[in-house]
Design a protein around this ligand. Structure first.
Ligand SMILES: Nc1ncnc2c1ncn2[C@@H]1O[C@H](COP(=O)(O)OP(=O)(O)OP(=O)(O)O)[C@@H](O)[C@H]1O
Ligand SMILES: [Mg+2]
Length: 415
């Protein structure tokens, strides 16, 4: 096992903290060899609310991943989300005096630096500067200018910024859990990397990752990123609505939502009754399924309406012909696709992470789009090799068969 091929992602969500260890194979294939998951604590909607709880939850998730993978983790790629993120698109160019100048990677780096100093905003940290397209000599749009000859290189970038204090608080809890964050990736960008097909990006597509606390939006057109946003909306609100309406605990509400909830009332028999046994109570209570679904539909519709109005304010290109891809835990809600189609009037599909082999079937569910996507993003952008010493792997301290056995035992234990 070559340590250069290993990379770790930590998805710090409002509901769960997932750590996955990926092994990038000879043919650039992604194989997951370590997994840790604990309920989230001390972090909501990307904001640290209780540092000590956040640190111990992050550490617990990493410990599980270390046990399954069989080595110590000290670096990782980490997600970032929450309404404190902002995006903007910028253009920048460089001119070259050398005749027949061959464009090098350094020229692109210099252009990226130039745009970074231009957009540098006080109290903000730059999370991403992603080139959208390059134009050579004012006329030719090129995908990758390296090794081409030109005298002027222009680029458009999609930039994601985070409020410095929110960013620093997140970074500090990760460091306090003894992990060096080697890269931060916006939720929407990570999830898109896991669930989208290249043709969808070309045709124009909207990705919605609806998690417990945030709805992360990414819009692609002509193959590149146009818009990103992280709204403070998610499945936790649905759970709280159910808890309030039926006067039950959050835990009971979460359970009945997952067990009996669907997204549309239309077509439901009005007299179906659900019997539940609230935790700590001897007596059962009965609720009408129609009322449960009505509560879920109302909140999910509101989330979609807010997304719709955000998108219309963002003045996006028309004809996003690949429609909407919904992912994140809330995408598991039955009939959510139908509800979204009725509100947005475009095609909707459910996005699940793809293009990897996993050590657990459960990673193929939408709530793992962000964690898998972080590794896909690193792999697709050739970023993992630059961070290849991301592990303190003590190769002599274990052998493959021991590790494999440990992993199987651990998986049995966890799942
Ligand atoms: N089968 C299901 N039906 C309805 N809702 C579900 C189902 N499974 C998961 N959810 C909801 O998905 C949400 C969790 O999603 P996810 O794991 O993607 O969130 P997260 O990444 O921890 O949070 P965030 O990214 O918003 O900070 C919870 O609100 C949960 O109730
Ligand atoms: Mg999430």
């Amino acid at each position: 096992m070559e340590k250069d091929n290993l990379i770790v992602a930590i998805d710090i969500g409002t509901s769960k903290i997932t750590t996955i260890v990926g092994d990038i194979g000879e043919y650039n294939d992604l194989h997951i060899i370590g997994l840790g998951e604990v309920p989230s604590r001390g972090i909501e909607k990307g904001i640290v609310t209780k540092p000590q709880d956040a640190i111990s939850a992050i550490r617990a998730s990493i410990n599980q991943a270390e046990d399954t993978a069989g080595f110590k983790i000290d670096h990782a790629v980490v997600n970032i989300g929450g309404p404190h993120l902002e995006c903007q698109n910028e253009k920048e160019f460089s001119t070259f005096s050398i005749p027949q100048k061959e464009i090098e990677k350094e020229d692109i780096d210099a252009l990226t630096q130039k745009v970074a100093s231009k957009i540098g905003k006080e109290n903000y940290e730059i999370i991403h500067i992603l080139p959208k397209r390059f134009i050579l000599d004012d006329e030719n749009e090129v995908i990758d200018p390296v090794n081409l000859i030109g005298s002027k290189l222009e680029a458009e970038f999609h930039i994601v910024l985070d409020k410095i204090n929110a960013y620093q608080n997140l970074k500090r809890v990760i460091e306090a859990a003894n992990i060096k964050p080697i890269e931060f990736i916006a939720n929407s960008i990570a999830s898109s990397a896991a669930v989208l097909y290249p043709e969808e990006k070309d045709m124009g597509v909207i990705v919605l990752d609806i998690g417990g606390g945030t709805t992360d939006i990414a819009v692609y057109k002509e193959g590149s990123l146009e818009y990103t946003k992280s709204l403070p909306l998610g499945g936790k609100q649905v759970t709280m609505d159910i808890a309030h309406r039926f006067k039950i605990s959050k835990e009971d509400a979460e359970n009945i939502k997952k067990e009996h909830g669907i997204a549309v009332v239309e077509g439901l028999a009005s007299n179906d009754i659900i019997e539940i046994y609230p935790r700590g109570s001897e007596e059962s209570i009965q609720i009408e399924k129609y009322d449960l679904v009505d509560t879920i539909e109302a909140r999910l519709s509101e989330i979609f309406e807010i997304v719709k109005s955000d998108l219309s304010k963002a003045n996006l290109p028309k004809n996003l012909n690949a429609g909407i891809v919904i992912t994140g835990g809330v995408a598991n809600t039955l009939f959510i696709r139908e509800l979204a189609e009725s509100i947005f009037n475009i095609d909707v599909r459910i996005g699940k992470p793809k293009d990897f082999s996993g050590l657990s079937e459960k990673l193929f569910y939408p709530q793992y789009a962000t964690s898998i996507g972080m590794l896909t993003f690193m792999k697709n952008n050739n970023l993992f090799s630059q961070n290849s010493n991301a592990f303190s792997v003590k190769k002599d301290s274990f052998n493959i068969s021991e590790t494999f056995k440990k992993l199987i035992d651990k998986i049995k234990e966890i799942f």
